[in-house]
Structures are given as structure tokens and as C-alpha cells.
Design a protein around this ligand. Structure first.
Ligand SMILES: C[S@@+](CC[C@H](N)C(=O)[O-])C[C@H]1O[C@@H](n2cnc3c(N)ncnc32)[C@H](O)[C@@H]1O
Length: 272
């Protein structure tokens, strides 16, 4: 969980029900910070391997959308990628500009903002074994042995190694950027998620470092960038990356929302 002045980020796993916290969260934001409006919202997840094991309202994306629609009149739901294979669901806000025909738009004062997310499956078993109590003494050792501390240097890291296995870390920079990594090492359903909002003119190097660190069989890459982000033009570089190392691109989609451009790509070593 990351909280800043105007933003709240929550990442969960397993059979948690993050959408059920929305109503109490909105009440708390009003009560403690005086915020009565949601400027933007992003709820996203990869398709589940076993959706039947989830708890309502997370058994199906339609259920999640129905709940979100009941709270947000301007919400829109998307599925990127192949709906019968690997795909990525997104719910966001995309309201029409509210103005009369002769009224000029107010000037938009926009802070640069961007998010890179890499969701990886079928990971290298030797690397995954680092994230167990059998192989690593503690989270700090797992962070160092895996090379997580080198992906984006100078992060202040809060990491945790679960018993008997599993790993989570949150990192922040002095200027308020974040990186977060969560690892499920069990070979039957191995999964690693990586997310950061560090500003860069290209994400190529970070993507390569993440892939070299975890060696996934397949992965999705998504980049959100607004108009003032330094990544804005180079987010498109993904369009020209039909291969990254030994991974080939199987899917690419591009979306334009009210404030953000989104690019979604899916790569795998072998056809899935
Ligand atoms: C990375 S952790 C969960 C991370 C965290 N809940 C999140 O998403 O921020 C998931 C891995 O930890 C293991 N694990 C062990 N104990 C756990 C616990 N009490 N809660 C969640 N995961 C646990 C799971 O088997 C799995 O491999």
C-alpha cells in the first residue's frame, strides 16, 4: 500500500477482496482529508488461473465491473489481450468533458505521471527458490541474491519473506517514486508482479533488468503515461519491440483515455 497526498495504491493477492474496501475508503478520504471526488481510478488485474477459487465479487470481471459501476457513473471496463488466453482487465474513469458548446476548456495543469507494470508467469524455478526460507535466511538476503536491489538503485526498501515461501517488497525513492514487487514462487502457479512510476525517457533498460532478474516464460507489459510524462513518446517504442531477448511479442494494444495513453503488450518464449 502506498499513500501520497492525492493518491492511494493498494495491491493485494490470493483471495482478498480489495474492491470491498472502496466504500469505506472513500468515506475515510472524505472524513480525514476532505476529498469528496475521485479524479481518476485504475483497477486492473491479469486473468486468474483459477477464478473459481476467488470470492465474490472477484469470481468474474463482470461482477467486479458491476460493483465499480455502482460507485462510479463515468467508469469504463476493458479487456486487453486474448480473452481465451492471457489477458489483462482494466476498469478506469473516462468521463465526457463537462462544458457547454461555447465555453472554453479550463487550462489543464498536469503533473507528469507514468506507470510501468510487468506481470510474469512460468518463472525460472532456480530463481524462484531464492524466495523461500529454505534458501534465504531473510528478505534482505533474498533481495540481494536475486538482484532486486539493482533493478532501480537507491530505493529505500521494505521487504518481507513469507514462511515457507513468498516475497513482497515496497521501495520508495527520496523524491517520492515507488517500486513494488510480489513473488509467488510455487512452481505450479509461479507469478511475479513488478510495478514502478519512476520517470524515464525509456523503460527499455528497466524491462530488460526485470526479465533478466526473474526469467519468466511469459509476461505482460503495460505502460500508462500522461501528456507531460517523459515516457510519453517512447511508450511507443514498445510498438517496435517485436522481440525482447528470447521472448516474442504475441499481442499489442493501444488505448487513449481522458488523461492517459496506455500500451499493452504480451510476450512469451513459446506460443501459449
Ligand atoms: C507475495 S505473497 C503475497 C503478497 C501480498 N499479499 C501482496 O500482494 O502484496 C504470495 C506468496 O506468499 C506465500 N505466502 C505465505 N504465507 C502467506 C500469507 N500469510 N499471506 C499471503 N501469502 C503468503 C504464498 O504461498 C505465495 O507464494
Amino acid at each position: 500500500m502506498f499513500i501520497s497526498k492525492r493518491r492511494f495504491i493498494l495491491k493485494t493477492c490470493g483471495t482478498t477482496t480489495p474492491l470491498l474496501c472502496l466504500e469505506p475508503l472513500l468515506l475515510l478520504a472524505e472524513q480525514y482529508a476532505g476529498f469528496t471526488e475521485v479524479e481518476d481510478l485504475f483497477y486492473s488485474r491479469k486473468n486468474y488461473k483459477r477464478p473459481d477459487l476467488q470470492v465474490t465479487p472477484h469470481k468474474h470481471f463482470d461482477q467486479e465491473v458491476a460493483l465499480l459501476d455502482s460507485l462510479f457513473p463515468d467508469g469504463v471496463a476493458y479487456c486487453m489481450g486474448a480473452v481465451n488466453k492471457d489477458c489483462w482487465y482494466l476498469y478506469t474513469l473516462n468521463p465526457f468533458p463537462r462544458r457547454t458548446p461555447h465555453q472554453a476548456l479550463p487550462p489543464v495543469i498536469e503533473e507528469p505521471d507514468q506507470t510501468l507494470e510487468i506481470l510474469m508467469t512460468d518463472l525460472d524455478p532456480e530463481i524462484m527458490s531464492i524466495f523461500s526460507k529454505e534458501e534465504s535466511l531473510n528478505a534482505t538476503e533474498a533481495t540481494k541474491r536475486s538482484g532486486i536491489d539493482k533493478i532501480i538503485p537507491n530505493m529505500i526498501i521494505d521487504d518481507f519473506l513469507f514462511e515457507p515461501c513468498g516475497y513482497s517488497m515496497n521501495g520508495v525513492t527520496k523524491n517520492g517514486c515507488y517500486m513494488t514487487i510480489h513473488i509467488t514462487p510455487e512452481s505450479e502457479f509461479s507469478y511475479v508482479s513488478f510495478e514502478t512510476n519512476v520517470p524515464c525517457s525509456s523503460y527499455r533498460e528497466i524491462i530488460s533488468k526485470v526479465l533478466d532478474t526473474f526469467l519468466p516464460g511469459k509476461f505482460t507489459v503495460t505502460v500508462f503515461a500522461n501528456q507531460t510524462s517523459p515516457i510519453k513518446d517512447t511508450a511507443e517504442e514498445l510498438q517496435y519491440l517485436s522481440t525482447i531477448g528470447e521472448w516474442s511479442r504475441r499481442d499489442i494494444q493501444h488505448c487513449q483515455f481522458k488523461n492517459y495513453d496506455l500500451i499493452y503488450t504480451f510476450y512469451s518464449k513459446f506460443p501459449s
